[in-house]
Design a binder for this molecule. Structure first.
Ligand SMILES: [Cu+2]
Length: 227
């Protein structure tokens, strides 16, 4: 997401449920007080229901849910349909590929040629870096089972489905290190399937990419060459 629409929806729903909670609580205490045993010594009257009341308490929640269904459409479209575009009208390519596997997040950057699965790709484990104030597009895949790529601080969550390639986008606005967690029970090591996403300035990001790439080239175990 490039805005606060998820948080906004959260607060709208919190206000609605909060008001209903306070309202029903007050009504309950009012009935307790009004129908106090000491003030009401007549026989108990059992109601066999009210058609009108049933219609009212069915229609009001239906209207509320219909309102929410329509009200959230724009946030949904922003998160799932309006992928950032390039100036030429093409969808913005993924900055990195995130591959879930038991039990880690494999991160793949395409390198200078901007093509995945070429010899200049950079691989890291559980260590995703993104530049601040840029629309970041990620490609999400799984190598084995179902996972769920969850960035709680970014209000982003996507099921990771084997055999599917999915895209996620957001605009980081604040520097820092944040959690990447797996939100789908994926095996015995699910609990330790966590990574870090680092948001930094564009120049720090490029410097980190270059450094990580140089380190990969130096190490004798190069995944890129093993491909
Ligand atoms: Cu997992």
């Amino acid at each position: 997401m490039a805005d606060n629409s998820i948080d906004h929806l959260f607060y709208v729903i919190l206000w609605m449920t909060g008001l209903v909670f306070i309202g029903t609580g007050l009504a309950m205490f009012w009935f307790l007080w009004k129908y106090d045993e000491k003030k009401n010594d007549g026989p108990v009257w059992y109601s066999h229901g009210s058609h009108l009341l049933e219609i009212i308490w069915s229609v009001i929640p239906a209207v509320v849910i219909l309102f929410l269904a329509i009200y959230q459409m724009d946030a949904w479209a922003g998160a799932r349909m309006r992928r950032p575009m390039l100036e030429n009208g093409q969808p913005k390519p993924a900055m990195a590929r995130v591959i879930g596997r038991q039990f880690e997040w494999k991160i793949q950057y395409p390198g200078d040629d901007k093509q995945f699965d070429t010899p200049d790709d950079l691989y890291t484990t559980n260590d995703l870096h993104v530049p601040r104030d840029e629309e970041v597009v990620l490609e999400i895949t799984s190598e084995d089972v179902l996972h769920s790529f969850f960035l709680p601080n970014f209000r982003e969550k996507q099921d990771v489905v084997p055999g599917m390639k999915q895209f996620l986008w957001f605009k980081p606005v604040k520097d820092g290190k944040y959690d990447i967690v797996c939100a789908e029970l994926c095996g015995w090591g699910h609990y330790k399937m966590k990574g870090r996403i680092t948001v930094e300035s564009a120049s720090d990001f490029r410097a980190w990419l270059q450094k990580a790439y140089d380190e990969q080239e130096l190490s004798e175990y190069s995944l890129a060459e093993a491909e």
